[in-house]
Design a protein around this ligand. Structure first.
Ligand SMILES: Nc1ncnc2c1ncn2[C@@H]1O[C@H](COP(=O)(O)OP(=O)(O)OP(=O)(O)O)[C@@H](O)[C@H]1O
Length: 240
């Protein structure tokens, strides 16, 4: 089986103020003390995801999971290391990413389909399917800036899973959905995997990960603590 994603020695540091308060920062500035620290969010992260695999990124809050997704999808540039992608990629990494607040749900669907290169006829075919899955009823004509986070997740997820790409990255967006919608999304992701798509997912809910994923990495403070079978990785994570 060939690789869908190769992550090679990725490092990413962020700059952080040494003092939390503005007063503290000003005092440090006057004392000629260091006001900015480097914070290593990803420290030499490497792993590969095979084509058609379900792959989970597991880790505590602040471990670097979202940063890693942003690097894979090209939203942020790493300080060093490389990402190799074999296929088209759909990132669903932030609720509002890819959605324009002033446009309605319907207009956002059209816009995203066009950005992904779908032809007018394909868009017309897909539009009712995406609208139905999102279950936003009459709110599909409301500007997205008035949507709740759950409504944005419905729209974003529905667009992401219906536009055909080889690889889908899903970052915890389902956390804000209600129980029925989460169930429906988990079912849809299993169908996508059965259809041969590669799915990489960040989630704090271990139940769905066990069903969907074959393998996982556990990230701990920006480092890969372990990589392997999904059940073993969940056991390791839960025992810490
Ligand atoms: N743009 C940024 N500037 C500065 N620090 C950042 C930035 N983005 C992320 N960080 C820091 O990098 C670390 C990793 O953040 P990240 O969002 O990747 O963690 P996470 O594992 O996704 O956490 P969670 O489970 O809470 O979503 C955190 O300490 C965070 O504060």
């Amino acid at each position: 089986m060939s690789n869908a994603i190769e992550v090679n020695h990725i490092k990413k540091a962020f700059r952080k103020p040494t003092e939390k308060t503005i007063k503290g920062q000003l005092i440090s500035l006057f004392k000629h003390e260091k006001t900015i620290d480097k914070f290593q969010a990803l420290e030499d992260v490497s792993f590969t995801v095979k084509k058609g695999e379900g792959y989970a990124i597991i880790g505590k809050n602040g471990a670097g999971k979202s940063t890693l997704f942003k690097v894979i999808s090209g939203v942020i540039v790493p300080d060093s290391g490389q990402i190799k992608l074999n296929g088209t990629l759909m990132p669903l990494i932030e609720l509002s990413a890819g959605l324009s607040g002033d446009l309605s749900g319907m207009e956002n669907i059209r816009l995203n389909c066009a950005i992904y290169g779908l032809k007018k006829r394909q868009i017309e075919e897909l539009l009712p399917v995406i609208v139905e899955f999102a279950e936003l009823d009459e709110f599909i004509h409301t500007p997205v800036k008035f949507y709740s986070s759950g409504m944005k997740a419905r729209l974003g997820f529905s667009i992401a899973v219906h536009i055909e790409t080889d690889i889908v990255l899903i970052d915890e967006v389902l956390a804000v959905g209600d129980r029925d919608f989460k169930k429906k999304c988990n079912k849809k992701m299993l169908e996508m995997k059965e259809a041969g798509k590669t799915i990489v997912i960040v989630s704090h809910s271990m139940g769905p990960l066990k069903k969907l994923c074959d393998r996982a990495i556990v990230l701990n403070r920006g480092k890969v603590e372990a990589e392997g079978d999904i059940h073993e990785m969940i056991d390791l994570y839960e025992s810490n």
